[in-house]
Write a protein that binds this ligand. Structure first.
Ligand code: HEC
Ligand code: HEC
Length: 338
């Protein structure tokens, strides 16, 4: 019942050679399905670190900034308005914004664990938080402001002036605001999901059906793209390897061109950063266009367009159960009741 499609995975693997996990590729090159790891710890997915080091004073200032609406032109939007930490680190909307006139063009990704991804944004434009924030602040559809405006508002606040002087010495500057937000970003990781507990050796942290879902995730080849500590976030891949996602969805917009927009290279057309699947059960809706509302539909669609597989309802159900075990903890508590 638990299938593996070595032929398809072989094609895929050749397409991503150079990126693909060496072990998975070696197995597939011999026309075998990727081997299921002998022990969880040998697998292609590793647990999140329990914490990352950061400067607590800078992170505390970053946390305050993250919740401050003065970072937007009309002082209505803070980072947290779209990256809601009490929920999945996103906004739960297909596309961000309160009105159609100022609707963002791509879905808001969760900020949780994004510090561990190799690039930021759906198409992986930025390597550093500072560049992502620069873009979010100036984007007319997002915060719609400028550094001059933001720094003017923050400097007029004597509380900030004192806190920045204490922490940085040279006061409220663009560089210091970005540094404080970056320190806070490092605190936004969600370790200790049940799947990570399983990887660390707690066999009974997963149910039998969740384990079957994980095996399918590996044997079908999902793991050749969604892998590493973030279960994604470390490769670029085309959306629509086996089926034309954009043609069948229709209404192709410039934003769908993906990484092509950053490089102008033909082979980057429709290429995106493989997103992390950590906490994916609590970050609907899905895909860069926010077009898929339910996790089971996202899994079914992935089978079809990325693996050339029509998954059965049972297979989809098992994978979805496995994906639910990826929800982690923030500040020691489950990040959102599912
Ligand atoms: C109006 C909604 C909105 C606000 C406000 C907002 N963001 Fe974002 N954020 C987005 C969207 C949409 C993206 C995806 C952009 C893209 O891929 O082109 C994003 C992407 C990101 C990412 C990359 C996540 C990943 O997985 O790659 C980070 C980090 C981030 N934002 C941090 C911030 C910070 C810090 C602030 C405050 C300064 C902020 N955002 C304010 C909507 C928002
Ligand atoms: C060839 C690489 C590749 C393979 C194989 C692959 N994916 Fe994906 N996956 C992606 C990319 C790229 C996206 C981003 C799609 C978009 O933004 O439009 C994605 C998106 C997703 C999402 C939505 C995440 C979000 O936050 O919106 C889920 C869920 C997902 N994949 C699960 C799976 C499952 C389950 C499998 C196996 C059945 C699978 N993927 C196989 C590359 C892949």
């Amino acid at each position: 019942m638990e299938r593996s499609k070595s032929g398809r995975t072989l094609t895929l693997c050749l397409a991503v050679v150079g990126h693909c996990l060496l072990t998975a590729c070696a197995a597939v090159a011999a026309d075998r399905p990727p081997a299921f790891p002998e022990t969880p710890a040998d697998g292609p997915i590793v647990p999140l670190p329990l914490a990352l080091a950061f400067d607590p004073d800078r992170a505390a200032l970053g946390e305050r900034l993250f919740h401050d609406r003065r970072l937007s032109h009309d002082s209505t939007l803070a980072c947290v308005s779209c990256h809601n930490l009490a929920e999945g680190g996103d906004d739960g909307l297909p596309l961000p914004g309160r009105s159609d006139a100022r609707r963002g063009e791509v879905n808001t990704p969760t900020i949780f664990n994004s510090v561990l991804s190799f690039r930021l944004g759906w198409r992986g434009t930025y390597r550093r938080l500072a560049d992502q924030v620069d873009a979010d602040i100036q984007d007319p559809r997002l915060m719609n402001t400028s550094w001059d405006e933001v720094l003017g508002k923050l400097r007029a606040d004597s509380g900030y002036a004192a806190a920045f002087a204490r922490t940085y010495g040279d006061g409220v500057t663009r560089q210091n605001v970005l540094d404080a937000l970056s320190a806070f970003h490092r605190s936004l990781i969600t370790p200790n999901s049940r799947f990570d507990q399983y990887l660390r050796g707690r066999e009974d942290a997963l149910s039998e059906t969740e384990k079957r879902g994980y095996r399918l995730f590996v044997s079908l080849g999902c793991v050749s793209c969604h892998q590493g500590r973030n279960i994604g976030g470390n490769l670029f891949q085309k959306v629509g390897v086996f089926a034309d996602y954009f043609g069948s969805r229709g209404n192709i917009r410039e934003i769908d061109f993906g990484r092509f927009l950053d490089t102008g290279a033909q082979h980057d057309l429709f290429v995106f950063r493989v997103p992390s699947l950590r906490n994916v059960a609590v970050t609907a809706p899905y895909f860069h266009d926010g077009s898929v509302a339910q996790l089971d539909d996202a899994v079914r669609k992935m089978g079809e367009i990325q693996l050339g597989e029509g998954l059965t309802d049972e297979e989809v159900g098992l994978i979805v159960q496995f994906l639910h075990s990826l929800t982690g903890e923030f500040n020691g508590r489950p990040i959102m009741s599912e």
